[in-house]
Design a protein around this ligand. Structure first.
Ligand code: GEK
Length: 238
C-alpha cells in the first residue's frame, strides 16, 4: 500500500483538496489513517448487503473511489442476480477502480457526477463519505432521487463526517480526531495543511440535519448504527 505523505512531500494546504492522481495513488492508506471507523463501515456494508440486496435489482456505490463498498456488497450479497453501478466523477479514481474491480462483470463503472446518474430499481444504495463533498444546496434533491429509485424496503447507507450543534462537544470531537490522526503517524503540520485544504470542500452537517433530510425525502426509518468521534454511518430504509 502506498503511504500517504501528500501533505509533507507534495501539497501545502493552500490549494483546495481535489481527488486527483496523487490522492488516488495513496487513497487506501489515507482513508485507513484518516477516517475513524472506515473499516467498520465497509465490513457492515457487506453484512447489510446480505440482508438487503434483492435478486433482479441494482445497487449503487455513489462516490465509489477505489470500489471498496462495491466489493463489500458483491461479497456480502446472497444472490448473484444483481448489478452494481459504481459512480465517481474523478477520472483518477475511476481508472484505479477499474483495475481493482477487474474481472467482476456485475460491477459497472460510471465516470460522472452522482447528481447526474439515474437511480432505478435499486435495493441498496451506498453514499460512503461522499455527500459531504457536494454543494449543500444539491443534497436534498439527490437524497429524494435515491429514495424514489429504491424498491420498497430498500436501503441507503449514508456515512459522513458530522458537526455537533454544541461548540464545546464539537471542539472535543475535532481534537479527538486529530489525536487519532497523530496516533496514525500524521504530523501536526500534515493535519493542519489537510484541514486547510478541506475547508469549504468537505462541508459537514449535523446528524439531526441528515436524519431530517432522509425523513423529508420519504425514508420510513433511519438510525445511526456507527459513530466514532465526528464520523457517523446512518442506515435509512424506504
Ligand atoms: C469508500 N465511498 O471507499 N460525483 C461523483 N463523485 C464524487 C462527487 C460527485 N459530485 N464528489 C465527490 N466524489 C468510498 C470513499 S471518498 C471519501 C469515498 C473521502 C467522489 C470523490 O471523487 C471521491 O472518490 C469520493 O467521492 C469521496 O467507501 O475521501 O473522504
Amino acid at each position: 500500500m502506498n503511504e500517504d505523505k501528500l501533505y509533507i512531500d507534495e501539497k501545502g494546504g493552500d490549494e483546495p483538496f481535489r481527488f486527483d492522481a496523487s490522492v488516488a495513488r495513496v487513497f487506501p492508506d489515507m482513508l485507513r489513517r484518516s477516517i475513524p471507523g472506515y473499516a467498520a463501515s465497509i465490513e457492515a456494508i457487506g453484512s447489510l448487503a446480505a440482508r438487503y440486496v434483492q435478486p433482479g435489482t441494482r445497487c449503487y456505490d455513489l462516490g465509489c473511489s477505489l470500489g471498496a463498498a462495491s466489493l463489500a456488497m458483491l461479497q456480502g450479497s446472497r444472490t448473484p442476480d444483481f448489478h452494481i453501478v459504481a459512480v465517481d466523477n474523478s477520472e483518477a479514481m475511476i481508472d484505479r477502480c477499474a483495475e481493482v474491480v477487474a474481472g467482476h462483470d456485475n460491477i459497472e463503472l460510471a465516470l460522472t457526477d452522482v447528481r447526474d446518474i439515474a437511480i432505478e430499481n435499486a435495493s441498496m444504495v451506498v453514499l460512503n463519505y461522499t455527500l459531504q463533498f457536494l454543494d449543500p444546496g444539491s443534497r436534498d434533491a439527490l437524497i429524494r432521487r435515491i429514495c424514489a429509485g429504491l424498491v420498497p424496503g430498500g436501503l441507503l447507507v449514508l456515512s459522513e463526517k458530522v458537526v455537533d450543534e454544541n461548540p464545546n462537544i464539537e471542539e472535543l470531537l475535532v481534537d479527538l480526531h486529530h489525536e487519532h490522526k497523530r496516533r496514525n503517524d500524521y504530523s501536526q503540520l500534515e493535519i493542519s495543511r489537510k484541514r486547510a485544504a478541506l475547508e469549504n470542500v468537505l462541508i459537514p452537517e449535523t446528524v439531526a440535519a441528515h436524519r431530517q433530510r432522509l425523513a423529508d425525502a420519504g425514508f420510513a426509518h433511519s438510525a445511526v448504527w456507527l459513530r466514532y468521534f465526528n464520523f457517523v454511518s446512518i442506515v435509512a430504509i424506504k
